[in-house]
Each structure stands twice: as structure tokens, then as C-alpha cells.
Design a protein around this ligand. Structure first.
Ligand code: PMV
Length: 332
């Protein structure tokens, strides 16, 4: 028996500025359209993987054994790593989230990015970043983006095997001092997970095709705004992408409604701040929280205003952060 080699990796979550909502292949998590995001510095996941002589995979999340469904999802992901590394051993996976798990705060993005990196290294593989991105995508579509730091674009890809459905860093955005103020409007897990919600939207929403048709134009506009560092131009894309994604989900049958009263009040707060002259724009993911994009210099005032909104529990300010990285490994 060889001693288990534990590898620890960390990844920041990312928030989509142009949303991913819909799959062209469910098994490989291939997106129906591209997306564009910002990786964050302070919300993320730290994961340690060690392959050992256990008879099954164990998954410890935030200090407690995870439930069967979460463990099965991690185990299925490890099967792909084992197949690539020609490894039979089971693993102990220990993860800590600095975001509330499954609350619509994108814990699966940082979770599967950190897991992809830690598990491949613990299995003796050293994958280039694009391959790591494709692997992370199989765990969660948005995780492909958290392999990279800062502004990131995810490609829809054309191939059936998903090798080109990968993310890439956008260095043209490096050093742009923007912030995302994350207004938390509820506790506990979201009502419906993103995969089930996307499938239901695609099957039943009359707005789904229109939503997808608009994404390439939004991506082009977002790319141009980032290259020009033009926050109002980027913000206009950010709000319309989020609202059109939610419009498609709201029009599903039965409807998918992620918002609560505080979500709407926070959206109104952002519009009021903007009417008074602050460049601030919201986005909302598969949950009730509101994320406000603004300049670093305005972030404290925006966060303070959002904290004063009835129903907002707290508001965290996050900056652009680095991509997934190994922090502890044997011989480091
Ligand atoms: O990565 P998933 O399957 O959890 O889907 C993410 C969906 C959204 O967060 C709503 C949008 C996005 O692009 O991150």
C-alpha cells in the first residue's frame, strides 16, 4: 500500500455577465450557447483529494459527510478522472465552501473547478488549462469558467465530444477595477437546481429559442465593452442577459420563479442608484440573490445601499480573482 497523496486546490466562484441557460447535450453538459463571466476573489471552494484504499468514494462538505446525491455526483466525476489516469482507487474528497452551498451563489462553479484540479493532480495527471476546463464543465457547466481568473468567455463549441466547449481567459479585462456586490436575499438552497430548470425551460418555454438567439449578440457587445473598459456598455448587456434568461424561465410551464420580494427591491435599489448617477448594473442567477456590478470606487456605497433594502440579509463585495490553483501537494 502506498501512502495516499493528498492534493488541495482552490477556485473562486464566477458570476455570469452573459448567462448560460440551456444545454445542447445533457450527459456532457455541453452549452446551447456561449457565456461570459467574472471570476471572484473572495467566494470560492477549497478541496482536498486523496486516492486511498477505501472501498468507496467519501465526500465531506463543510466538515460533515455529504448526502447521497451530492456524493454520487462527485463519485461520477471521479470516475472520469480515474478512467483518464487508469486508476481504480477510491478517494476521500474534503471541500469547504466560502459561499452557502446551492443557494444560487454558484458554489457548483468553484466546487467542480477545484475538484477537477485537485482530483487530476492527486491521480498523477497534469492537464493543460483548456482540458481542465472541459473536464470541470462535465461536473457543472459554469465550472469550466472558474478554471480561469478575471473575465472569462466560455465557448459553445461545435464538436460532439465537448473538446471545444471550453472557457478561455480574456486578458483584455485584466486590471479593470470593477466589483460585484452580492446582496443575499434568502437563506437555504434554491427552489430548483439549474440543470432541471434549464431542461424545463427548453421543453416548455415559448421564449427559449428567442433567448438563445440573442446570446451571440450579447457576447459580442460584452467583448467590445470589456476591451473598451466601458462599464455602462457592459452593464447594459449584463442586465438584459439576466432579465432575458429569467424571462425565458418565467415563461416556462409551470413557471420557474427564482425571485422573492427582496430580489425585486434590490433591483429597484440598483436602478435608483443609477438614476442618481452611479454606474451600477444588476445580474441574477438561479436563485434570489442580486449581484451588482460597479466600479471599485463605488462599491462601498453600493453595498451600503443594498444592505438597507428590506429583506437583504447581507451584501458582500467581491473583486476579480485568480483562476483555480493548487495550494498544497506532495513535494511542494
Ligand atoms: O453551472 P450550472 O449548471 O449550475 O448553471 C449555471 C447557471 C447560471 O448560474 C444561472 C448562469 C451561469 O452562466 O452561470
Amino acid at each position: 500500500m502506498t501512502a495516499p497523496k493528498a492534493v488541495t486546490a482552490v477556485a473562486g466562484t464566477n458570476i455570469a455577465l452573459v448567462k448560460y441557460w440551456g444545454k445542447r447535450d445533457a450527459a456532457l453538459n455541453l452549452p446551447a450557447a456561449g457565456s461570459l463571466s467574472l471570476t471572484l476573489d473572495r467566494l470560492g471552494t477549497r478541496t482536498t483529494v486523496a486516492f486511498d484504499d477505501g472501498d468507496r468514494d467519501r465526500f465531506v462538505l463543510d466538515g460533515a459527510p455529504a448526502g447521497d446525491a451530492a456524493t454520487a455526483r462527485v463519485s461520477a466525476f471521479l470516475d472520469r478522472v480515474r478512467a483518464r489516469a487508469a486508476l481504480a482507487r477510491r478517494a476521500l474528497v474534503q471541500s469547504e465552501n466560502s459561499v452557502p452551498t446551492a443557494a444560487g451563489l454558484a458554489s457548483s462553479a468553484s466546487g467542480f473547478a477545484a475538484l477537477a484540479l485537485a482530483a487530476t493532480r492527486a491521480a498523477g495527471l497534469e492537464l493543460p488549462a483548456p482540458e481542465l476546463s472541459a473536464l470541470a464543465r462535465i461536473g457543472s457547466g459554469s465550472a469550466a469558467r472558474s478554471i480561469f481568473g478575471g473575465f472569462v468567455e466560455m465557448a459553445r463549441g461545435e464538436s460532439a465530444d465537448g473538446s471545444d466547449a471550453i472557457a478561455r481567459a480574456m486578458p483584455e479585462g485584466d486590471g479593470w477595477e470593477v466589483r460585484l456586490c452580492v446582496a443575499i436575499t434568502a437563506v437555504g438552497p434554491k427552489a430548483i437546481g439549474s440543470t432541471a430548470a434549464m431542461t424545463h425551460t427548453a421543453r416548455t418555454s415559448p421564449f427559449y429559442d428567442a433567448w438563445l438567439a440573442g446570446v451571440p449578440g450579447d457576447l459580442a457587445a460584452a467583448r467590445a465593452a470589456i476591451a473598451a473598459r466601458h462599464l455602462p456598455a457592459l452593464g447594459a448587456v449584463v442586465e438584459r442577459s439576466a432579465l432575458r434568461m429569467h424571462a425565458a424561465a418565467l415563461a416556462a410551464d409551470p413557471a420557474i420563479i427564482y425571485w422573492n420580494a427582496a430580489t425585486l427591491a434590490a433591483m429597484d435599489c440598483v436602478h435608483t442608484l443609477r438614476a442618481r448617477g452611479t454606474a451600477v448594473f444588476f445580474t441574477i442567477d438561479a436563485g434570489p440573490h442580486v449581484k451588482a456590478l460597479c466600479r471599485a470606487a463605488d462599491a462601498d456605497a453600493v453595498a451600503e445601499a443594498l444592505r438597507a433594502v428590506p429583506g437583504v440579509i447581507d451584501c458582500l463585495v467581491a473583486a476579480p480573482g485568480p483562476g483555480a490553483r493548487v495550494v498544497e501537494a506532495p513535494g511542494r
